[in-house]
Write a protein that binds this ligand. Structure first.
Ligand code: PEP
Length: 253
């Protein structure tokens, strides 16, 4: 049975005080209002991880994620944060391969594979992001593009390693733009991703993998997106910074 997951990626937003306020509000709203079986993941900036984690400890629906991780185990890598460090402070998930990291930090497929491997070795659950730029969609090459991304970073993982991975499909043209993929566009890509996963891994693993949609998801469009058979939740950017909107998205299942 695959999990329904709604993950909030706060990116580089909020002061420490603001972060604590936001997570307390989410914690209360989720406790009071969310009745269904849904895993809520919160990815605050690194400096707030531990404090946010402490505030969510008493709520078994809330889980902690990092927005990035080093591909290296330990050592002289100034400014980097290892999977072991994340694991040691109670982090459960880690976002890997977000388009902003691919674009601004030049993270290539091999680096992403190493990040996946390093994270899984420490028991973290990667949320692996994929998604095409607008020119690939306009040229009708979006399926090939995403299939290649999956192949290039995931195919070296074993079935056991892949078991921990969550996929997030985030078309780049929909991230932070207010332009969402239609529920039909999301469904057909999610079904394609699942099919590709069944070629790389065993069919049961592909069936059980949660595939999240990300890209301008909001309380107004989440219900229709989450109703699609291969959409198992969302990776939410902007709307995860507002407790009311984020909770309403969680309640869209
Ligand atoms: C994201 O960056 O992962 C994202 C989905 O952002 P937004 O919801 O703001 O489009």
């Amino acid at each position: 049975m695959r999990k329904k997951i709604v993950a909030g990626n706060w990116k580089m937003n909020k002061t420490y005080e603001e972060a604590l306020t936001l997570v307390s509000e989410i914690d209360n709203m989720v406790k009071d209002e969310v009745t269904g079986e849904v895993t809520v993941v919160i990815a605050p900036p690194f400096p707030y991880l531990q404090s946010v984690g402490k505030l969510t400890q008493g709520n078994d629906k809330l889980h902690l994620a990092a927005q990035n991780v080093s591909e290296h185990e330990s050592g002289a890598y100034t400014g980097e944060v290892s999977a072991r460090m994340l694991q040691s402070i109670g982090t459960e998930y880690v976002i890997i391969g977000h388009s902003e990291r691919r674009m601004y930090h030049h993270e290539d497929a091999q680096t992403l594979y190493q990040k996946l491997k390093a994270s899984i070795a420490q028991g973290l659950k990667p949320i692996f992001c994929c998604g095409e730029p607008l020119e690939e969609r306009d040229a009708d090459r979006h399926f090939d593009y995403v299939g290649q991304q999956l192949h290039d970073s995931l195919s070296y993982l074993s079935n056991e390693e892949f078991d921990k991975v969550v996929i997030a499909y985030e078309p780049i043209w929909a991230i932070g733009t207010g332009r969402t993929a239609s529920s039909q566009q999301a469904q057909e890509m999610h079904a394609y991703i699942r099919e590709q996963l069944s070629r790389l891994f065993d069919a049961e693993a592909a069936y059980n993998t949660s595939i999240l949609y990300g890209g301008s998801c909001n309380p107004g469009n989440a219900k229709e997106l989450f109703a699609q058979p291969d959409v198992d939740g969302g990776l939410i950017g902007g709307a995860s910074l507002k407790s009311r909107d984020f909770t309403d998205i969680i309640k869209s299942f």
